[in-house]
Design a binder for this molecule. Sequence first.
Ligand SMILES: Cc1cc2nc3c(=O)[nH]c(=O)nc-3n(C[C@H](O)[C@H](O)[C@H](O)COP(=O)(O)OP(=O)(O)OC[C@H]3O[C@@H](n4cnc5c(N)ncnc54)[C@H](O)[C@@H]3O)c2cc1C
Length: 337
Amino acid sequence: MDQVKTKKETIAIIGAGPSGLACAYFLGGMGYKTEIFDENAVPGGLPIYAVPSSRIHTDTIMNEVENLKKTGAVFHNGVKAGGDINIDSLFKEGFDAIFIGAGLWKPAGLDVPGINLKGVYAALDFLIRFNIYDRKLIPGAAPPEAGDKVVVIGGGNVAIDSILAVKSLGAKDASILCLEAAEEMPSYKNEWEEALALGAVFYNRARTLEITGENGRVSGVKAVKVALKEGEKFGIDNLEDIPGSEFFIEADTVIEAVGQRPDEGFTSTLTGVDLTERGLIKTDAETLKTSRAGVFAGGDIAEGPSNIAVAIKDGKKAASSIDKYLKSLKAYGVNIA
Ligand SMILES: Cc1cc2nc3c(=O)[nH]c(=O)nc-3n(C[C@H](O)[C@H](O)[C@H](O)COP(=O)(O)OP(=O)(O)OC[C@H]3O[C@@H](n4cnc5c(N)ncnc54)[C@H](O)[C@@H]3O)c2cc1C
């Protein structure tokens, strides 16, 4: 990696997750200066705050960050875009382009009675607290309370990671409750096999009706079995409840893992940047340009929930587009990239 910054332009990067770090890495290699703003105290994004350390080691991520620092990238940790700074203030400060890789950090939210009972957690919040404790991101931080009997609602990797977390915290019973049949679950097969090996029980093809409580605290989950409508493929609208198949699972902790969405508190501050119907940042698939000149976006906030490889690819692609954009500004004084 070239450590000499040969170009005068500086690019602001919002989010130190895989897409932002990759963008900074490739821009640095082209001789650009980069400054990375992240609301969290530790850079790394979801891989450090949500993915279990058994899958991605803390050192692996921190080494990447240290290497990036050596190339001259400047990190501003604990700075929230949409709060402390925004894209207008960054342009006013003199940044020449902006890459947004802020990811999806809000739970999609399950709409069932009892969701606000004590002992109900959003998976991302639970996993972040678990990783802060497990990876010692804040020395001395306490783990989240896992309880003895845990039901995780959802069938993706986040649900499985929640099972791994509660099991490592000592939960006796841990179950997965999801709409999908086993072979339709979006989680990787090796991961749900890991959860099965830890003794997790799977309630497939089941819909949560209600989270029940006693004295304001979770006491269990009421659910009903569902069947796929004749001739239809899996989809939430193609399932119907099986009358008389209601059942109850006792629980003292419920973790809802039904997806993530963007933080509207942040995206609403992105003046001139168009969003999709789902609230993601709209980008050109080839260039990752947004509707505002000089602003690019990638990773989960543009793609929807995806994976690390896609985020890194987006960071690289955006770096190349930003280079073209800045060169076109220099040559013609206008954006023709
Ligand atoms: C529990 C879980 C397990 C996963 N396991 C895997 C796996 O095993 N393999 C895999 O490939 N993928 C996995 N993924 C998906 C993967 O982590 C994401 O696709 C990837 O991290 C997205 O990268 P990103 O750069 O878009 O955003 P993120 O990793 O989400 O990083 C975004 C960064 O932006 C910061 N940020 C957010 N908002 C602001 C703001 N307003 N101001 C400043 N900073 C902000 C955040 O603090 C964060 O550091 C998992 C995801 C989850 C939730």
